[in-house]
Design a binder for this molecule. Structure first.
Ligand code: ADP
Length: 262
């Protein structure tokens, strides 16, 4: 059943982490985006619907502007996100367009999910886009929300989007095969946990290390997102977006991941 999670899901939210979308030299990886577009196209052609939650605005801002990369001032970070968001969406537009898909930008803050009127508006836009086969690309609205920059959890934004849309699956693509019993960057003998029945139990039994250089949220926010979506009866997966054709391989049962069962 595990391997069929993607095949059995019709409504899939795919969250792309900063470390996944960035190539080693610190720019948005066009190669990754192209491969993502091909795989999303395959899902769409199978009759599925996909929403993307994408990080990477700040990194795109730094590489576009060529300065401010070391500025720690939060206003500069927000400014970089505002600059980079345009670049990020432009890359999505061009690359997804090449594969016959239209994309739309949805910028949200956490507060939007606590307001009934806004939630309804978001839902209406989301459903209209999806009905018309447009791929919504969600990101945090960093201009009005500095929390994303401080603790940077697009994982939670993805979780909230998943619940709002009532998706069947949240697929989080990171730079690691899934959740390990200890930090794989620090321990060679770290073991991948493939199936999680109880997130709270897992949390007690693993140790969590630092996140990667481009990453922000780390494992804590992934577990937080897992608690949220599984509580709503939705499955979640954490898989390695750095691996070529990961979505297709997961659908074919050819790659490992961590599955959080609802
Ligand atoms: P993203 O940008 O995809 O949200 P992060 O870089 O924030 O991802 O978090 C993933 C990183 O967390 C991994 O690269 C890994 O080195 C680190 N990490 C620390 N502890 C663990 C653990 N127990 N299991 C898996 N990864 C861990």
């Amino acid at each position: 059943m595990e391997n069929n999670l993607i095949r059995n899901s019709n409504k899939i939210v795919i969250k792309i982490g900063s470390s996944t979308i960035t190539s080693d030299d610190g720019v948005i990886s066009k190669e990754f985006m192209d491969s993502l577009a091909i795989q999303v196209r395959e899902l769409i052609d199978q009759g599925k619907q996909v929403v993307i939650v994408s990080s990477g605005a700040r990194i795109a801002g730094v590489s576009t502007l060529g300065r401010w990369s070391r500025k720690e001032d939060v206003n500069y970070k927000q400014a970089l996100c505002a600059i980079g968001q345009v670049e990020l969406m432009d890359s999505y537009r061009v690359i997804f367009g090449k594969h016959g898909m239209h994309v739309a930008q949805i910028l949200l803050t956490r507060e939007d999910f606590n307001n009934d009127n806004r939630t309804l508006n978001i839902r209406n836009t989301l459903f209209t886009l999806l009905d018309e086969q447009v791929i919504p690309i969600v990101n945090e609205n960093d201009t009005v929300c500095v929390e994303e920059i401080k603790i940077g959890d697009n994982d939670m934004l993805a979780g909230q989007t998943t619940v709002l849309w009532n998706a069947d699956l949240l697929l989080i693509l990171s730079d690691i095969d899934g959740i390990y019993d200890k930090s794989p960057a620090e321990y060679d003998d770290a073991k991948l946990i493939e199936v999680v029945e109880d997130v709270y139990e897992l949390e007690k039994n693993i140790s969590i290390g630092k996140s990667s250089s481009f990453g922000t949220g780390g494992i804590h926010t992934k577990l937080k997102a897992a608690k949220l979506v599984t509580e709503y009866g939705i499955n979640m997966m954490v898989a390695n977006g750095k691996k070529k054709n990961i979505i297709r391989k997961l659908a074919n049962g050819e790659e490992k991941a961590t599955i959080f069962k609802c």
